[in-house]
Write a protein that binds this ligand. Structure first.
Ligand SMILES: [Zn+2]
Length: 305
């Protein structure tokens, strides 16, 4: 039995661009100048972090070939410690809200997630218990406006990769409590609230459309003007993560395969974008798309090589 715990990827830089907001607002007193340094990266290597409970330490399997014999639907607790390729996961079933076991339902990670979902009562406790690491506030352009979010700093590229996006800027980094109040303040501004409630499928369509007709320079310019609209000024680093070979529109137009439909198939992991994994059925050559969150943390009777 295996549990896929995380999607791992390496990237190569395929483009860079810099742009500044040059709107009239600048001369009319409507905000400062924003410049964006954008790095466009493409997925170059893909893998899974795989746990075989009760063994806590997960192992990396690059370029996996996955044969799913059966998927029980039993979920495992998401709690883990460590990062990168050295991560230990809890080996208990998920019995509490948020995908945790009873013991970890009040862990700093569970509280931090509640906090980043807007449950302010959890923020104080999470901030007290959080390890002394840096957190990040980011602003993500999904092709129809901005979405402001909070994440652990080291997780930022992964957080961006799991969402439909044209680009995303690192707005600030610092301790959890400070970053949460910044996120909350920015999230209330008009330029950020417009994007709320836009469905994932719609964000995928919008960002795929924009990426297909724009170059790095236009992506950077668009982000600079959105950040200026948000009321920011100064210089920001930003990234765009592109799939390895498939076009973003393939992900946007695909019907995600439910877990059960993968049973009995031998799958090669081909690509990853916007939180969606693209597989190829090794026998039929048929492409299959599955949401990352449907596959991770679930017990699979599977062969993995
Ligand atoms: Zn646990």
């Amino acid at each position: 039995m295996v549990v896929l715990r995380a999607v791992l990827f390496e990237t190569e830089v395929v483009g860079e661009a810099a742009a500044s907001s040059g709107g009239l607002g600048e001369w009319l007193g409507g905000g400062g100048r924003v410049s964006v340094k954008l790095r466009v990266e493409r997925v170059s290597r893909l893998g899974f972090l795989v746990q075989r409970p009760p063994e806590p330490l997960a192992a990396v399997v690059w370029e996996p070939r996955l044969r799913v014999l059966s998927a029980s639907g039993q979920r495992y607790c998401r709690y883990h410690e460590g990062f990168g390729e050295r991560v230990e996961y809890c080996a208990e079933h998920a019995t509490a809200k948020g995908g945790y076991c009873r013991e970890h339902a009040r862990s700093w990670k569970a509280l931090y997630e509640l906090c980043s979902q807007g449950v302010d009562a959890a923020c104080e406790e999470a901030a007290r218990a959080a390890p002394p690491e840096e957190f990040a506030v980011y602003a993500l352009d999904f092709g129809g406006g901005l979405k402001v979010g909070l994440t652990q700093l080291w997780r930022l590229p992964h957080r961006v990769a799991e969402q439909p996006h044209v680009s995303a800027a690192l707005v600030a980094k610092g301790p959890l409590a400070e970053m949460r109040s910044l996120e909350r303040a920015l999230g209330k501004r008009r330029a950020a609230t417009e994007g709320m409630g836009v469905r994932v499928s719609e964000r995928m369509r919008l960002s795929a459309n924009f990426l297909e007709r724009a170059g790095a320079r236009e992506v950077a310019a668009r982000l600079a003007s959105l950040l200026a609209e948000l009321g920011l000024e100064g210089e920001y680093e930003a990234i765009t993560l592109l799939p390895r070979t498939l076009e973003p529109r393939r992900f946007a137009s695909a019907e995600p395969a439910p877990l059960r439909s993968l049973e009995g198939r031998e799958l090669e992991l081909l690509d990853y974008w916007a939180g969606v994994l693209a597989f190829e059925d090794a026998r039929s050559g048929e492409p299959l798309f599955a949401r990352k969150q449907d596959l991770l943390h679930v017990a699979l009777a599977a062969q993995l090589g």
